[in-house]
Design a protein around this ligand. Structure first.
Ligand code: ASP
Ligand code: MG
Length: 454
């Protein structure tokens, strides 16, 4: 069995949904299970109309519901012919009426709760899944809608619910497997689930990948395919490095490192359940239904490579605390990190010397408070506009050759801080913000340029 997940842009309009049918048809022999996101942009629209309704903007919210109705109906007509079959139209209408009642309830209450946000956000996938099912059926593909809320069982942490793995496993066998056994393609909305009392929950933004991984793991599927709007993961951001290449295979750890640098293809924590169980995950481009643009395979057994990709993050401050107290003392690092913890600021990189510690915070929202509380500990210096460049590869520290090549490529670029993870997975370099692009180019050319044998 195969779990095939289509993201928001891959079901974003009639043409995209038509391609879904092509992709699913080509996989029928492998017994696919289809997981779909809401149409692109719909989850955002739903959440903002919920807030509008609760804040005196019921009319605007109802307008937005009208727009959603229009978009889904037009898509149904383009796919199925106008007027669209009554079955799908009444299904969409019922959901939109439910949405309007929810918006009216929020307008009366005057506030939103996480639980009400989930009820509203879930409508996006509850709309897209029957639409995709209807199209598959219309194209002669035996398909059957499965209410994802009966399958993805979660706790009650609304907007960020945690999956109940044993319950999901059981539900997959009760609700999904029998459909496959009838030679039909189950179609489920991603992102949504329900708690033990059957109340609708969601897995958090971007949660459709998570749904696909949970189902794939429960089934020990042969693979999970994530169909999105890029050809896979690349050796660098193509806006910075136009000659960036597709990575054919990457380990889960490498993908996690890259995601923390904003490679926004998918968040690896969401596919962890599948990869942990040895189910490989593929990322494909749904605009290229024939071969998905080649794709990237993410798996535990991906080949060990010196360097898989170069990633970067800009607008990062470098915070250093220098104090003679640190010399031969213990407990100093703990005091420094306590300050970050107190202000709920996570730290990315750390490097220490005998009298100083330098860190890059992950987020700058509370940095002023952090700095104020660090001052009593020593002399604090902040270099505001820095960038972090990460050279990522499982085999980075195998022998000295990759490190030597990286440092040779840097030439005379001033490096403010460097950190090599002990596992050798990630060499991070902090450079001036305006040197980021140039440094990325140098490193990319050294590892992936013509003649570079990475
Ligand atoms: N529709 C949800 C979101 O936009 C889930 C997803 O697309 O993965 O966050
Ligand atoms: Mg998405």
């Amino acid at each position: 069995m195969l779990v095939v997940k289509f993201g928001g842009t891959s079901v974003g309009d009639a043409e995209a949904i038509e391609r879904v049918a092509t992709i699913v048809r080509a996989r029928l022999a492998r017994r696919p299970i289809v997981v779909v996101s809401a149409m692109a942009g719909v989850t955002n629209q739903l959440l903002s109309l919920a807030h509008a309704a609760a804040n005196g903007g019921l009319l605007a919210a109802l307008d937005a519901i009208g727009d959603l109705k229009q978009r889904h109906t037009v898509t149904a007509e383009r796919l199925l012919g106008a007027p669209a079959p009554q079955g799908i139209i009444s299904e969409l209408d019922a959901l939109l009426r439910e949405l309007a009642s929810l918006a009216e309830a929020l307008a009366t209450l005057g506030f939103v709760t996480p639980r009400s946000l989930d009820a509203i956000a879930a409508i996006g996938e509850r709309l897209s899944a029957p639409l995709v099912t209807a199209l598959l059926l219309a194209r002669g593909i035996p398909a059957s809608l499965v209410d994802a809320r009966r399958v993805i069982r979660t706790d009650s942490h609304f907007t960020q619910a945690a999956p109940d793995l044993p319950a999901i496993r059981q539900a997959v066998f009760d609700e999904v497997v029998p459909v496959v056994a009838r030679d039909e393609v189950p179609v489920l909305g991603g992102f949504i689930g329900s708690n033990e009392r059957g109340v609708t929950t969601t897995l958090g933004r971007g949660g459709s990948d998570f749904s696909a991984a949970l189902i794939g793991a429960a089934l020990r599927a042969d693979a999970i395919e994530i169909w999105t709007d890029v050809d896979g993961m690349l050796t660098a951001d193509p806006r910075v490095i136009p000659e960036a290449r597709r990575i054919e295979q990457v380990t889960f750890d490498e993908a996690a490192e890259l995601a923390s640098f904003g490679a926004k293809v998918l968040h690896p924590s969401t596919i962890a359940p599948a990869v942990r169980d040895g189910v490989p995950v593929f990322v494909f481009n749904s605009r290229r239904p024939a071969d998905g643009g080649g794709g990237t395979r993410i798996a535990l057994d991906a080949p060990r490579r010196g360097v898989s990709a170069i990633a970067a993050k800009r607008g990062v401050p470098l915070v250093s605390v220098r104090t003679a107290e640190m010399l031969l003392a213990h407990g100093f690092l703990r005091r420094v990190f306590e300050v970050f913890e107190r202000h709920r600021t996570s730290v990315d990189l750390v490097s220490t010397s005998e009298v100083s510690i330098s860190v890059t915070p992950d987020d700058v929202a509370r940095l002023d408070d952090v700095i104020a509380d660090l001052r009593p500990l020593g002399e604090v210096q902040v270099q505001w506009d820095c960038g972090v460049i990460a050279v990522v590869g499982t085999g980075l520290a195998d022998g000295g050759q990759y490190m030597a090549r990286a440092f040779a490529a840097l030439g005379d670029t001033p490096v403010h801080m460097a950190s090599l993870s002990a596992s050798g997975l990630n060499l991070s370099l902090v450079v001036d913000g305006q040197r980021v692009v140039d440094t990325m180019r140098r490193l990319h050319a050294a590892f992936f340029g013509d003649g570079a044998a990475a």
